[in-house]
Design a protein around this ligand. Structure first.
Ligand code: PMP
Length: 449
């Protein structure tokens, strides 16, 4: 298997040259919050299988829902037909998400959910404009943001290497500085940098408001950017500004949604109602690919009101609203109620914050960032100067290998060690996760200094 994997499976991101991992575990099964490889080794899944697992693996209720759906039908198109599970799921989502989000457009990954929101926002304005109006074809996004890998989602992302490589294919966006005090540039204090970010936000939105098609943001936490946390009130500030100029707000809750920040959706914490909401990853409990882009009546009605030839949104995936995936998503949402998953997240949030305090004085932990069960531990060579370890050392990566050796899977984002346990993970496993990761940090650091 390893030979065939090396020869034929083109893995995303992690495979080539020095990045090749000769001992990558080959996962064969899973149970609860553990993954098992083909040699019978179990690993605690500390990042929810890329932030999508919610209630565990092989959850009887989700397994059963998929089986029952399989006995009826696995898939049917939503182009010209409707399907029962996609209707039931849309109704559940509308009940649970922030107000005014009444329309559910299905796709199959976080990137497509974002791509759809961008295209919908663009077409929404185009429907209402006359040929003499300036086109609204500019998007505002956050510096360092990650919204996916399609051309559209990379265009509104802030990962510089993606722009370096694909730049000539991308459309225009403006990047708002990310208000994170730990990474403030030289010459600023933490508070003066936050003030600068706020002024820039206002300046950029105001200066470009006539061209802005939408503002896209990951509410509260920029996950893949390295678990960068926004200051309290930031999301509300973005909402107020965008509302002032009639700019639709796209909330990308692909990572932060489904309980991970402590509430079902991160927007709730700042009482923000976006115009678009993107969900994927955890929506099926991490079982099957499904994504949704939710939109308001106001957005939808602009399409209905368009001239006859334009009365549609020009987008539609083959597997949109897949029946098995919708059934898994319905079961996943129900489990939030029956298992009181948000209560579990609350308890685990406290345990994590208590345990993370153990690293507070660690000489090589620059910053510990936590929101709910989303955690980033930033490792630095010097705590005082915040200097990073030399690039080639790949300290974050080494920590994840050391943790894996001891049966725990976590993920590095540069030298930020990311913990993202499933919302349903029991407390004792949160302790196990911390025990192993903290020892891995010490083990790797002791070899660096
Ligand atoms: N948005 C955010 C915030 C994400 O974290 C991700 C994936 N990490 C995506 C979009 C893209 O999702 P997918 O990988 O399912 O395309």
């Amino acid at each position: 298997l390893r030979k065939i994997d090396n020869e034929h499976v083109w893995h995303p991101f992690t495979q080539m040259k020095t990045h090749r991992d000769e001992n990558v575990p080959m996962i064969e099964s899973g149970e609860g919050f553990f993954l098992k490889d083909n040699e019978g080794r179990a690993y605690l899944d500390g990042v929810s299988s890329l932030w999508c697992n919610v209630h565990g693996h092989r959850v009887p209720e989700i397994d059963q829902a998929i089986r029952e759906q399989l006995d009826k039908i696995a898939h049917t198109t939503l182009l010209g037909l409707a399907s029962v599970p996609s209707i039931e799921l849309a109704s559940e989502l509308v009940k649970r998400t922030p107000e005014k989000l009444t329309k559910v457009f299905y796709s199959d990954s976080g990137s497509t959910a974002v791509e759809i929101a961008l295209k919908m926002a663009f077409q929404y304005h185009a429907q209402k404009q006359t040929p003499d109006d300036q086109p609204r074809d500019l998007f505002a996004c956050m510096q360092h943001a990650y919204h996916g890998d399609t051309i559209g989602s990379v265009s509104v992302g802030g990962i510089s290497i993606f722009h370096e490589i694909f730049g000539s294919l991308l459309f225009e966006s403006i990047q708002v500085p990310c208000p994170t005090a730990f990474h403030c540039p030289e010459g600023y204090s933490e508070s003066s940098y936050l003030e600068y970010c706020d002024q820039e936000l206002e300046r950029l939105v105001t200066a470009n408001h006539q061209r802005l098609a939408a503002f896209i943001i990951e509410p509260l936490v920029q996950g893949a950017a390295g678990m960068l946390m926004h200051p309290p009130g930031y999301l509300r500030r973005v909402r107020e500004l965008t509302a002032r100029y009639g700019i639709p707000l796209i909330a990308d809750e692909v990572a932060v949604g489904l309980g991970r920040t402590g509430t079902m959706f991160a927007c709730e914490q700042e009482d923000v109602a976006p115009d678009f909401l993107c969900l994927a990853k955890g929506i099926t409990g991490g079982y099957l690919p499904l994504a949704v882009t939710m939109a308001t009546d106001e957005i939808f009605n602009a399409f209905e009101g368009a001239p006859e030839d334009y009365k549609t949104f020009f987008h539609g995936h083959t597997y949109t609203g897949n029946s098995l995936a919708c059934a898994a998503a319905l079961a996943t949402l129900k489990l939030f109620d029956t298992q009181q998953t948000l209560e579990n997240v609350k308890e685990n949030t406290e345990i994590l914050s208590h345990r993370l305090a153990e690293l507070q004085d660690h000489p090589h932990v620059g910053e510990i960032r936590q929101k709910g069960v989303m955690v980033g531990i930033e490792l630095v060579s010097d705590r005082e100067t915040k200097a990073a370890f030399p690039m080639g050392r790949r300290v974050g990566h080494q920590v994840t290998l050391a943790a894996r050796k001891n049966g725990v899977i976590v993920r590095p984002l540069g030298d930020v060690v990311v913990l993202m346990p499933a919302p349903g993970m029991p407390a004792e496993l949160i302790h196990q996760l911390c025990d192993v990761v903290f020892s891995a940090i010490d083990e790797v650091i002791s070899l660096q200094v």
